[in-house]
Design a binder for this molecule. Structure first.
Ligand code: GUN
Length: 283
C-alpha cells in the first residue's frame, strides 16, 4: 500500500503561503504582482488551463490579464503583443500557452519574452541558468514535482532517479533538478532499449511520456516513489488518467501521485510562486 501524495492538499498549503506573502509584499511596496496569459487558437484543453491560471491569480491576490488571440494570428502580431507586455510595468510575468499553432515559430516567441518576465522558465537564458544551478525561475511542472517530494519527506540525495520522457517542458528540466538534489539520474525515452530494466532500478520514477497507463507493476521496483506527470484520456472510457497504471502500481509503490489530484494542481501553484518572485525582482 503506497502513501498517496495529495497534490491538491499540498497545492492548497503552498497557495496559502503565497497569498500571505503577497499580502505582505503589496502592503510594503504598493506593487501588485501581475501575470499576463496569452493563448492563440481554440484548443479546448489550453482554454481550460488559461481559465485556471487566471482563477489562481485572483485567489492569491495577483492582477492578471488574458489575451485570447485567433488561430490566424501572425508571428508579427504575437511578437508585438509580447513586446507590449515586456514593457508594461503592471505585468511581471508573461506566459504564452504552448503549443502554438503550427504556423508560428515557438522558439522565436520564447526568445522574445524578457527573461525577467519569463515565469515559465522556457527562455534559453533561464534554461541555461537552471543547467548551472543559478536560477531565479524553475519550470512549473518539474518545480511542482520537487515540492511534492520535499513536502512528502522523500529524500532524493543518493537515490536512483529515472525520468521517462525528454521534453523541454518536463523531462529535461526534471532530470536537472533531481541531479541538483544529488540524485543519480537516468533519462529514458522512446528509443531506450529495455526500458523496463531501467525503470525497475528506480527508487524514484518520474513518468512523463503521455501514454495512458503505460507503466505497469512489473516495471516498478517494490517500494519505489512513483510520480505521474501524465495527463491523458483513457481510450476505454475517455476519463482522465496518467502514464501510470495506478491500480497495479499503487500496491507496489511506497509513494504515488494520483491523476487527477497529484502533479497537476502543483503546476499552476508554482506559476504563482514564479510570478511573485518576478514582482519582487522587479523592484
Ligand atoms: N503547455 C503545457 N504546459 C505548459 C506550461 O507549463 N507552460 C506553457 N506556457 N504552456 C504549457
Amino acid at each position: 500500500m503506497a502513501h498517496i501524495i495529495d497534490g491538491k492538499a499540498i497545492s492548497a498549503a503552498v497557495r496559502a503561503e503565497i497569498t500571505e506573502e503577497t499580502k505582505k509584499f503589496v502592503a510594503e511596496t504598493g506593487v501588485t504582482p501581475g501575470l499576463a496569459v496569452v493563448i492563440v487558437g481554440n484548443d479546448p484543453a489550453s482554454q481550460v488551463y488559461v481559465r485556471n491560471k487566471r482563477k489562481a491569480c485572483t485567489e492569491v491576490g495577483f492582477y492578471s490579464e488574458a489575451y485570447e488571440l485567433p488561430e490566424e494570428t501572425t508571428q508579427t502580431e504575437l511578437e508585438a503583443l509580447v513586446d507590449k507586455l515586456n514593457s508594461d510595468p503592471k505585468i511581471h510575468g508573461i506566459l504564452v500557452q504552448l503549443p502554438l499553432p503550427r504556423h508560428l515559430d515557438e522558439q522565436r516567441i520564447l526568445l522574445r519574452i524578457r527573461p525577467e518576465k519569463d515565469v515559465d522558465a522556457f527562455h534559453p537564458y533561464n534554461v541555461g541558468r537552471i543547467m548551472i544551478g543559478d536560477y531565479n525561475y524553475l519550470p512549473c511542472t518539474p518545480a511542482g514535482v520537487m515540492e511534492l517530494l520535499k513536502r512528502s519527506g522523500v529524500e532524493v540525495s543518493g537515490k536512483e532517479c529515472v525520468v521517462v520522457g525528454r521534453s523541454n517542458i518536463v523531462g529535461k528540466p526534471m532530470a536537472m533538478l533531481l541531479l541538483q538534489a544529488h540524485g543519480t539520474v537516468t533519462i529514458c525515452h522512446s528509443r531506450t532499449k529495455h526500458l523496463e530494466e531501467a525503470t525497475r532500478r528506480a527508487d524514484i520514477l518520474v513518468a512523463a511520456i503521455g501514454k495512458p497507463e503505460f507503466f505497469t507493476a512489473d516495471m516498478v521496483k517494490e517500494g519505489a516513489v512513483v510520480i505521474d506527470v501524465g495527463m491523458n484520456r483513457r481510450p476505454s472510457d475517455n476519463k482522465l488518467c496518467g502514464d501510470v497504471d495506478y491500480a497495479s502500481v499503487e500496491p507496489v509503490a511506497s509513494y504515488i501521485t494520483p491523476v487527477p489530484g497529484g502533479v497537476g494542481p502543483m503546476t499552476i501553484t508554482m506559476l504563482m510562486q514564479n510570478t511573485l518572485r518576478a514582482a519582487k525582482s522587479s523592484l
